[in-house]
Design a protein around this ligand. Structure first.
Ligand SMILES: [Zn+2]
Length: 304
């Protein structure tokens, strides 16, 4: 069913990249700048990520022998350097996720460039290495993001959802490997219920969430695809949920033929095949649109 699958290393059936967005309380300060300090319970819920869950996740990954990618806003790295040190000590990838979890597609190009550089500087100072991968905060990749990422030496993006396979996103300045995700592999719809972050979902039992995630895995395994999730330490790092994550990884390992890799590794592998001429990726030209489409008259206003 997947046309043009990427040939995975050692004949693996599929590639699996576990990613964690360590947002901590950045988004609360961003969305409620004047009174985030008074929302102490939500602050505590979000701080659970770097203060409690990250160590537990890293320990679990060490036990299972796989490396993951952690997307970390620069402000969170500055605020919670011990969590970042634990991630690095475990041999995992630290990638870029904005500075204060800002909204890239609501900024000018210069504003986005400023915050992207500030995020890079924070991560480079704390990790000793410039980040190579990027996921836009809130998935809000902008019309300028690709050009900015190319200018700052990134090798891949992990914000879009337009394919089952790694592919290329391209603009006039060049192209970048896209590692496409899907909203069904994000843990917010399964678990997050909190009015301060404007997200009120019916909380699902971990076995239900696991079923959603594993259905995607089974399909990607069968058709040689790429599985990448978007979990959050404060969400899926809680005990019962992390037990389900561990079960998932064990089941994937037991099935066999799975290449567990970081985002950086999958991007490097795909780029190498492209450069060697052994894989021709699909190319997505960005931006999709530069403004309002002309088919609707200027007088047209959406209902509501
Ligand atoms: Zn995030």
């Amino acid at each position: 069913m997947i046309k043009n699958p990427v040939p995975w290393p050692n004949g693996a059936r599929c590639a699996v990249t576990f990613t964690w967005d360590m947002d901590a309380d950045s988004m609360l300060h961003l969305t409620h700048p004047n009174d985030a300090d008074t929302r102490i319970s939500t602050n505590s819920m979000l701080k659970y990520g770097p203060l409690i869950a990250v160590e537990r996740i890293v320990d679990m990954l060490d036990e299972l022998g796989i490396k993951n990618t952690f997307f970390v806003p620069g402000w969170c790295a500055e605020r919670y350097p011990q969590a970042v040190k634990m991630i690095l000590k475990g041999g995992h990838e630290v990638a870029h996720h904005g500075y204060l979890h800002e909204y890239p597609n609501m900024m000018t190009r210069d504003q986005e460039l400023y915050w992207t550089k500030r995020g890079i500087d924070s991560l480079a100072t704390i990790t000793g290495k410039r980040p190579r991968g990027y996921r836009a905060p809130w998935y809000r990749f902008s019309k300028h993001s690709l050009e900015i990422l190319l200018g700052e030496g990134f090798t891949y993006d992990c914000s879009l959802m337009g394919d089952d396979n790694p592919h290329l996103i391209r603009c006039s300045k060049g192209d970048l490997i896209e590692l496409p995700g899907s909203i069904q592999l994000d843990d917010w719809p399964q678990y997050v219920h909190n009015p301060d972050v404007d997200y009120m979902m019916s909380i699902m039992p971990p076995r239900h969430a696991k079923e959603v995630y594993m259905a995607e895995f089974e399909a990607k395994w069968q058709y040689n695809g790429f599985w990448v999730n978007c979990f959050h330490p404060f969400v899926s790092g809680q005990l019962a949920r992390l037990m389900a994550v561990k079960e998932m990884i064990l089941e994937m390992k037991a099935k066999g033929g799975v290449w567990f890799a970081t985002g950086e590794q999958v991007a490097a592998h795909t780029r190498k095949l492209i450069d060697a001429g052994t894989y021709q990726p699909r190319v997505d030209d960005l931006p999709y649109y530069t403004g309002r489409i002309p088919e609707f008259p200027a007088s047209y206003m959406p209902a509501g």
